[in-house]
Design a protein around this ligand. Sequence first.
Ligand code: ADP
Ligand code: MG
Length: 202
Amino acid sequence: MIVSNVKKNLGDFSLCVDTFVVSHPGIYGLIGPNGSGKSTLAKIITGLLSPDSGTVDTEGLSAKDITYLSRKPYIMEDTVYNNLVYPLKLRNMKFEENEIAAFLDKMKFTERRNQRAKSLSGGEQQKLSFLRAVIFKPKLIVVDEAMTAMDMESLELFENTIIEEQEKEKSIWIIISHQMPHINRICKKIYSMFDGKLMTDI
Ligand code: ADP
Ligand code: MG
């Protein structure tokens, strides 16, 4: 993924990223204060927002290989299970019921399977959103403060899943978070933003 000369004005905020290259599979961190432009850049990278100028080269990945997880996920008025398999159906991907069951079991989410997804707690909704993404094996995933409401045990379980999935799928994960211990544990490289610009990596 190569970002070149991207500019975006939103009100009095200006994003200006000359170069941001994340081409090698791995888990990367993106940090920075509130309002520094992390979400704006993340949405541009994942195609949810178009830049005023500049380009994002996804190096062969198509929209269906890319996903963006937000802090407040979009949840459909349906059961947890139907929310979960929706991306697979959308992509015409075949899936085995027992694989899904094993996956839910591993992620300690089996008991939520038939619950109305909208009745899940904030942390549980974040878990569902995460599982719904991992299940279709995307190649570029941006996690934008999307694990903030998880308890420590869940965070650890989901972190381990990111590490496993990344290794298995050779995917690129970009984790935006203020939880530094979390970022430090799983990211091989950490980028930071300030005032709409990308700083040198740390
Ligand atoms: P971060 O994710 O780093 O907290 P954002 O990328 O969400 O920051 O936002 C960067 C700045 O742009 C913020 O000051 C925010 O208020 C502003 N902003 C974002 N979207 C809009 C919009 N649609 N209109 C006006 N200002 C916006
Ligand atoms: Mg943000």
